[in-house]
Design a protein around this ligand. Sequence first.
Ligand code: NAD
Ligand code: UGA
Length: 488
Amino acid sequence: MIRKNNLVKNICCVGAGYVGGPTMAVIADKCPDIKVSVVDINEERIKAWNDENLDNLPIYEPGLVEVVKRSRNRNLFFGTNVDDSIENADMVFISVNTPIKSSGLGAFQASDLRWVEVCARRIGAAAKGHTIVVEKSTLPVRTAEIIKEILEAKTKSSRNDEDKKTFSVLSNPEFLAEGTAVNDLLNPDRVLIGGEDELAIEKLKNIYSKWVTNNKILCTSLWSSELSKLTANAFLAQRISSINSISAICEATGANITEVAKAVGLDSRIGNKFLNAGPGFGGSCFKKDILNLVYLCRYFDLDEVANYWEQIVQINNWQQTRIYEKIVEKLFRNLSGKRIAILGFAFKANTNDTRESPAIQIASNLLEEGSILQIHDPKVSKDQISNSLEVYHDNNKLDKSNLNDNWILKDTIEDAVINTDAVLILTEWDIYREINWVRISKLMRPPSWVFDTRLITNPQKVRDAGLNLWRLGEKENDIDNKFNSSKS
Ligand code: NAD
Ligand code: UGA
């Protein structure tokens, strides 16, 4: 077997998205001796990664600009020449998208592996000598087997020892969260490497050990690594659905979700992280990874397990529905022609990503009721909102004839609230914490409502401005409201 020398000199990453871009930027920054090429078929995206003006990078992540600035065009390169980059690499990361299938067997549950398969075939065709192939994308358990099979077909068809290709496949799932990606990459809780080829594992470990201590680098079998990634996301999502389900009980009983979350989280066995009630989890992964797990369980006839995990997604959908229903109820059960300001369209703060954002479902439902939406988000573009709403309308067979006439993206919070009956806070951007409610109340049409699904308002200030306030996970009647206000 031809092996290039023991140190990795050239890395290729296929996929310059939310994972490929930041992850490779950090590797390049920490390993100046390694040439890192990030390639993508999306020319626009690559152009943006190469833009001289670093404010135009395709992904907004705190701290990313600085990391890219240090290494871009030194040992970090972005390009579209996928085959050349694979050919020159000792190690190829697969960081392509793996969304849910939208048709065929496993539709709306199983991962669509078409991009991974194309990628594996391309690696098989373009690679030279020995290449370590690293699954960075989140994949169903045993996908490594499919990748190996595709690559081995190429190994077997090599004509002679000269052009013999060999491959080792590793699983190295990514645990970064958007909005904190750079920090998560620099200070990971753990780095997980699954595989069989010890030398390949060692080479990948050597890269991470430039900045991660050895006790945080965990090596497992391929299948454990793949399943651990799905399980970690399922557990995180489960916490959110758990606290969101309790938020509904709080509203019904008069308990307060912030107080309950604090009391529960102080138990060191439970911990205080990921206990913020909200409009439901969004992002490209939680839903798809749980549904993937559900699909896997059903495939292995584990129906009880599948039903258990499926419920996490159901509660998440229900949370979004009940927020929209609450708005309809408060606005006299009639939204026809009423203006509503939506503050925040990204699925969480500090990202420009809108994939699976709760704002999409909630906004679509409000539009269905005939309201006009004035949307504000500091980082999300009009095109993104437009695409998200279009896709949601198509998938749910909703009428799109007047869709684009009934919402508008506004540049400022003030512009967004003018003449509205209600303000709906969906993303916890810091600027929404500092809103001057007295000023806002003068721009709205009374009786005006504020719906705070992220619990970032100061209740007293909102009410003192003469606005009606509904906060997720808090009881609405006046006595309780006064009680809560007086304590904040
Ligand atoms: P993304 O859509 O932002 O990026 C994927 C990129 O791959 C796209 O730019 C696409 O054009 C490119 N691509 C697809 N097929 C290609 C091909 N054959 N050749 C070259 N480029 C190709 O996706 P993402 O958010 O970066 O996620 C990538 C993977 O990482 C997914 O499996 C996801 O589940 C996982 N993941 C994502 C996150 C996250 O926070 N976004 C975190 C951990 C893991
Ligand atoms: C999540 C995981 O946190 C990452 O570890 C994982 O790598 C990633 O998915 C992935 O595989 O894609 P991400 O989706 O970027 O990261 O962001 P999170 O911070 O996990 O938030 C997900 C959603 O849950 C957001 O909509 C957020 O608002 C919501 N959330 C989070 C809450 O409603 N409450 C919380 O307490 C925490």
